[in-house]
Design a protein around this ligand. Structure first.
Ligand SMILES: [Cu+2]
Length: 85
C-alpha cells in the first residue's frame, strides 16, 4: 500500500457491501435508510437481486466499519466485497 499526503479536502470513497440477509423487497429500503443517516454518507444504492449495497461516503467523516455496523444494527450484517476510488 502506498501512502500519500492527505489533501485537506474531503475524498469520496465508494464501496460495495454484501448484505446476504436481505430477503424481501422491503429489506433494501431499511438498509438504505440505515446507511443514509450516517454522517458522511453521500449516496446509497441497494441492489436487491445481488444482495449488495453500494455506498459513496466521505472517508474523513466515516469508514467501512461504521457502515457495516449501521447495517448490522438495522438487522442486516454486511461485509465489504469491493471498492473503487
Ligand atoms: Cu425484507
Amino acid at each position: 500500500m502506498t501512502t500519500f499526503t492527505l489533501p485537506t479536502w474531503a475524498a469520496s470513497t465508494t464501496v460495495t457491501l454484501s448484505v446476504p440477509t436481505m430477503d424481501c423487497p422491503v429489506c433494501p429500503i431499511t438498509v438504505k435508510k440505515a446507511l443514509g443517516k450516517l454522517a458522511g454518507v453521500e449516496a446509497v444504492t441497494v441492489n436487491f437481486d445481488r444482495r449488495e449495497a453500494t455506498v459513496t461516503f466521505d472517508d474523513v467523516k466515516t469508514n467501512v466499519e461504521a457502515l457495516t455496523r449501521a447495517t448490522r444494527d438495522a438487522g442486516y450484517p454486511s461485509t465489504l466485497v469491493g471498492s473503487k476510488p
